[in-house]
Structure formats: C-alpha cells, structure tokens
Design a protein around this ligand. Structure first.
Ligand code: GLU
Length: 300
C-alpha cells in the first residue's frame, strides 16, 4: 500500500479555511496518510482579482496548527505561467483549443432563454459560435473543444468516470458544459487548465476534494486525455452545509475555523466526513482518524 500515492489539497486563497475547506483539506490528508502516500499543498492563486493578500500564508498557518503538514513546500500557481502557456500552445497547435471572440454577454444572451445558472468554476455552456473562426471579431478567451475527437467535432463528448464515493458517473460534456475557457479574456488562466496541468506536473495520483467540484471532473478528464496525461483516482467528499442547509457562504456560517485549540475544528470536520475519531490530543486524534478513514475507504 502507498507506493506511488500522491495526494493534494488545492485551496484558492480567497479567504481563510472555513468548515467546508477544512473538511476537504482533512479528507485529502487522511486519504494520503491512510494509504502511506505523500500529501502536497498547492495554492491556486491564478484568479488574482479574487485572491486576498495574506490568505495563502494564513491558510498554511491554519493547516500547520491543525497538524496537517505537507510533504513538500507548497507550490503557487501564480509562479507557473510558463507551464500553462506551454500546455495551451500545444492545444492550439493541435486544434483542440481555439480563440473565441464572444463577450460573456454574447454567451449569456444566447443562453438566457434556456434558464442555465452558473455553478462553481462552471462556465456558461458555450453555443460554439467561434468554433470555425472569429469572423472578424477580436480574439478574447481561448476555449477547449468538447469533442470526442478532432475529426468528429459534431459528436457529443460523453465522459464516464468512477468516483470512489459516488460510484459510476457519466456526463455529456458537450451538453452540460460545452467548450470551456482555458485562458480568460482578461488573460488570466482558467482553473480548469491550471488544475489539470498541475495535477499532472506534480504526479498527483489521487484527488480528494469537495463534492461541489464533482461535476467539473469530466471536463478535467477530457483535458487530461487531450494533453496525454494520466487521470488520477477521484473521491468527492460530502459537502459541509451552513446552518440553513445551503452551501457554505459568509452569510450562513462560513467563518474561519478556529485552530487554537485544534481539536474542536478537526472533530467537526471529521463529523462532516462521517468519521468519529477518538483521542484527546492532536497526534492521537489524527492517528485515530487515519485508522477510521483507512477502514472506510480501503480502495484506491
Ligand atoms: N482551488 C479549487 C477551489 O478552491 C479547488 C481545486 C481542486 O481541488 O481541484 O475551488
């Protein structure tokens, strides 16, 4: 057990860890430890307008106070432009990625009638207007073709995948997501490109993260396929809901976790992950939680 396992926690430094992001951090740490693997932390700071100064350092301090220590110095996506540039250049050269001249309003307008809402890290389903050329419009974003092959762009892209908790999954990426943005009109890298390039570069074998990202997985698997990189194993954890039963937000209880003392926050996160560890000090609790996790998620 353990040979070759590399896991990660990939927070966006938009604020401190709250109950939901701590559950994702703890789950990924437990899975790595339970399988004798390595655990990395990657600061996903590509969406610079949303990043809060000092949040990355504060998150790392929270993790350290909770006894969750990465096995290598954290990687910052803001320092990895050249890698995203190289991946994008490859995709454009091959024809998998293409420039799009549509504004968000253009896309939103075309889709408003269908009543589509935008979810976390989800782009509006793009109607494909610029697939065959810009027709004189200036290039804005760069998009990825949601097609099973370059030769059959009209066929829908169906991705089937296995989640260790959710089981067999399937998504018609063309219908549900469409041609996602890889580089935004404001020239910032999209989460989808950065996460796939970095999971591959860091040799991540196991992704453990919150269930709100489960529906992002098929488009990431498609991107792995076209980049020719391996697909990690996935486990999406139960979401931590606010007091009102809604996804955590600042309005309904997404307050920063208190790490001094560390055990209450860890116990709450463990509860959200459906484990009930014993132990009155940090090492004992983490060891008990690791044993419980191993019993609960023995597969990899
Ligand atoms: N940085 C992403 C977020 O906080 C998570 C990325 C991931 O785990 O794949 O939403």
């Amino acid at each position: 057990m353990g040979a070759g396992y590399v896991g990660r926690f990939a927070p966006s430094p938009t604020g401190l860890l709250h109950a939901g992001s701590l559950a994702a951090a703890l789950a990924s740490w437990l899975d790595a430890r339970a399988h004798g693997g390595r655990w990395l932390v990657r600061i996903e700071d590509v969406d610079t307008p949303r990043c809060v100064p000092g949040a990355a350092e504060a998150i790392l301090a929270q993790l350290a106070a909770l006894g969750l220590h990465p096995d290598a110095p954290p990687v910052h996506q803001s320092a990895r432009d050249a890698h995203y540039e190289a991946a994008l250049a490859l995709l454009v050269a091959e024809g998998w990625a293409y420039p799009c001249g549509c504004t968000r309003a253009d896309v939103a307008q075309a889709l408003a009638a269908r009543g589509l809402v935008r979810e976390r890290h989800a782009d509006l389903v793009y109607p494909g207007t610029c697939r065959d050329g810009l027709r004189g419009k200036p290039a804005r974003a760069i998009r990825l073709r949601a097609s099973p092959s370059l030769g059959a762009p009209a066929e829908p892209l169906e991705i089937e995948w296995h989640d260790r908790r959710l089981g067999a999954q399937r998504q018609n990426v063309s219908a549900a997501v469409g041609d996602v943005v890889l580089r935004r009109a404001d020239t910032l890298w999209a989460y989808q490109l950065a996460v796939v390039v970095d999971d591959a570069a860091q040799g991540i074998t196991h992704v453990v993260r919150g269930e709100d990202l489960a529906d992002n997985t098929p488009r990431q698997i498609h991107l792995q396929h076209v980049l020719g990189v391996p697909t990690p194993a996935y486990l999406h954890t139960p979401l931590v809901l606010g007091d009102d039963g809604e996804k955590l937000s600042k309005q309904n209880g997404a307050t920063p976790v208190v790490t001094d003392p560390p055990l209450p926050a860890l116990r709450a996160a463990g509860h959200a992950l459906e484990i009930d560890a014993a132990g009155d000090d940090l090492p004992a609790w983490l060891a008990s939680a690791t044993a419980q996790w191993r019993a609960r998620w023995p597969d990899r």
